[in-house]
Design a protein around this ligand. Structure first.
Ligand code: UT7
Length: 328
């Protein structure tokens, strides 16, 4: 019998645009206050990409940094997955653009559109391909330019989002690596957060632009309730098959949508708040890139040590959700 292939993260990299947009800046743009944003969301500032900087540019920079961290050249990559809801264009896939920009071989490259759960879905897919022996090295990139689909006149959403990217190189490791992955979705709740126009249902017209249908529409209150429920459930589903309890997890790297959501999830999981990694104050909600950037920063800050069991946990538009346990 073939030996099980352990699949781990062997390189990480992130890219955040230079421009910082603070809550104070937003006070000048819409009817809001630093106090409201901070107490309701935990966000203090977010990054905004340059006008000439698209998702593939941020993804490429993050990918190069992850390859460098892994000590691998782009030619070593056998699979490229980009998780994004803000692709450069509807097609070709942003992953194909990245493949070209980093100088990878003509390996499979595709995007996945599962919003904030994208990094976890991407890791789970790559895990299958590497774990089965089909491919050796995969690049999973989560990159978003949410500022391009944010309605800067809508105070209920524009204070929440930011831009950024992070990438992971996955490959075989001696032991540990991805121990379990749990994914879920419920299309019935798709109405809660969406970008209505620009697809085949409502193609771009003057009216669709005038009606501001090319921007994110969100029912924040309903999403909040689902987020707490499904993130706690996903955590349980990913840890239970391994016989792990909350206290066996050294750090949770969650999607960063709202500090209050994360405090509620910690409570539901019976975890102390200091076991939940947070960087929402600096970056806001970057959709798929949130948990990916959080992982990169947690490692950089020494919050994750060899042998630690960490949990990545996210939910997002679709609705979708997912959790992954990794032994570092
Ligand atoms: O990434 C996954 C997708 N997104 C999410 O998970 C988001 C989940 N939801 C949330 O994080 C929260 O629901 C929000 C942060 C979006 C909103 O917080 P909330 O505590 O649920 O506020 P609310 O929507 O119930 O609004 C409360 C009040 C309203 O005023 P009235 O009707 O009570 O007078 C809003 O008009 O706050 C008002 N409001 C604001 N006030 C100042 C909404 N946005 C703002 C704002 N500044 N930016």
């Amino acid at each position: 019998m073939c030996e099980k292939i352990h699949v781990g993260i062997i390189g990480l990299g992130a890219y955040l645009p230079d421009r910082v947009l603070t809550n104070k800046d937003l006070e000048k743009m819409v009817d809001t206050t630093d106090e409201w944003i901070t107490t309701r969301t935990g966000i203090k500032e977010r990054r905004i990409a340059r006008a000439d900087e698209a998702t593939s540019d941020m993804a490429t920079e993050a990918a190069k940094r992850a390859l460098n961290d892994a000590g691998l050249k782009a030619e070593a990559i056998d699979l490229i997955i980009v998780a994004t809801i803000t692709p450069d264009m509807l097609f070709p896939a942003t992953a194909c653009l990245v493949q070209d920009k980093i100088g990878a071989r003509t390996v499979p490259a595709f995007d996945i559109s599962v919003a904030c759960s994208g990094f976890i879905y991407g890791l789970a897919i790559a895990n299958q391909f590497i774990g089965s022996g089909t491919y050796r090295h995969a690049l999973v990139i989560a990159a978003e330019k949410l500022s391009a689909i944010t309605d800067w006149n809508d105070r209920s959403t524009c204070v929440l989002f930011g831009d950024g990217a992070a990438a992971a190189v996955l490959g075989p490791v001696e032991k540990g690596g991805i121990l379990s992955a749990y994914l879920g979705a419920n299309g019935k709740q798709g109405e809660l957060i969406k970008l209505p126009a620009g697809g085949s249902r409502i193609p771009a017209t003057k009216k669709s632009v005038d009606d501001r249908l090319h921007f994110i529409k969100m029912n924040g209150v309903e999403l909040f309730k689902h987020a707490v429920k499904v993130m706690a459930e996903a955590a349980l589903e990913a840890t239970r098959p391994l016989g792990l309890k909350a206290e066996d997890i050294s750090l949770v790297i969650p999607h960063q949508a709202n500090l209050r959501i994360l405090n509620a999830v910690a409570k539901k999981m019976g975890l102390s708040k200091d076991k939940i990694y947070l960087n929402i104050d600096k970056y806001g909600n970057m959709s798929a890139a949130s948990s990916a950037v959080a992982l990169v920063e947690a490692v950089k800050e020494g919050r994750i040590k060899k042998g630690d069991k960490i949990l990545l946990d996210a939910f997002g538009g679709g609705l979708t959700w997912g959790a992954i346990v990794i032994e570092w």
